[in-house]
Ligand binder design. Structure first.
Ligand code: MG
Length: 272
């Protein structure tokens, strides 16, 4: 092979320089734009959160379900003994879509720390129709057990949030039971299928000491057998002895309007 002529060499030098210049420019652009890109990064709010916050459909569905249940309570033949409705809190009484929206905008999901901060703000809004349902149950002489998987240490904040929204609850007619370590441990015990079964059994048998420990004046109301006539929740585990894996959906559907009320939650759940 012949050596390249000097004339060819002189042509190659400017091309190499250009290439190096392009490389430097590209690198500079990359380094200059990277931090801005990070600062200006925006994350989308999920469709499920948007649906819950903005759609007419969510408003209509939840209010319709609660209205139907409220009418059912009005026509119930209640047991002679004292009776109770067991209700979940999140996405059943309280709507936390604003928490999820804020987390989505940060590109983050649920965390126990951010959740506790949110609960302490006491700014969750009511699920449409839920205040009317609770009012009807209490007017009919029922009691309400709030069996929530918010941590038990957060119960006072949950209670404040509910009363500020106008839920007509007091310590006589309502007991709030956040999740304790005993509840978490209970799922390995005989007869406990999900982590709310222990609390439901304590309420039904009048052994839910937590309901009167700080309020001895209400002990006689809770320290007695209570018939659970209705269960309300947005998660299949809000219902006695039920999980995603064991639920008989056709049998469950037959119970709707008689002793269970299931609300929609497209944002999170045991289905994830
Ligand atoms: Mg819930």
């Amino acid at each position: 092979m012949m050596n390249p002529k000097p004339a060819n060499l002189t042509k190659r030098i400017p091309m190499t320089k250009s290439f190096v210049l392009i490389l430097i420019c590209c690198s500079s652009l990359l380094f200059c734009t990277q931090p801005n890109k990070q600062i200006n990064q925006e994350f989308d709010v999920s469709s499920a959160v948007k649906w819950t916050m903005n759609s007419a459909e969510y408003q209509i569905i939840t209010e319709h379900l609660y209205r139907t249940a409220t009418q059912n309570i009005d026509t119930f033949e209640f047991p002679k003994e004292s009776w109770v409705v067991v209700m979940d809190v999140d996405e059943t009484l309280l709507n936390n879509a604003e928490y999820n929206r804020q987390r989505d905008l940060l590109g983050l999901g649920y965390s126990s720390g951010s959740w506790a901060e949110w609960v302490k703000k006491e700014t969750a809004t009511p699920v449409p129709g839920s205040i009317e349902f609770v009012t009807q149950v209490l007017d009919e002489g029922g009691q309400i057990a709030l069996v929530t998987n918010r941590e038990r240490e957060l119960d006072s904040f949950t209670w404040n949030n509910l009363t500020a929204l106008g839920f007509p609850i007091n310590r006589y007619n309502t007991c709030i039971m956040g999740r304790s370590q005993a509840d978490k441990n209970s799922v390995s015990m005989e007869g406990m299928i999900n982590d709310k079964d222990l609390r439901r059994s304590q309420i039904a048998s009048g052994r839910a000491k937590y309901c009167w420990e700080d309020y001895p004046e209400v002990k006689e109301v809770w320290n007695r057998p209570l018939a659970i006539v209705y269960q309300v929740g947005d998660n299949i585990k809000d219902f006695s002895q039920t999980t995603q894996e064991n639920v008989d959906t056709k049998a469950f559907i037959k119970r709707i309007s008689s002793d269970v009320l299931l609300l929609p939650n497209a944002v999170y759940g045991s289905w994830e």
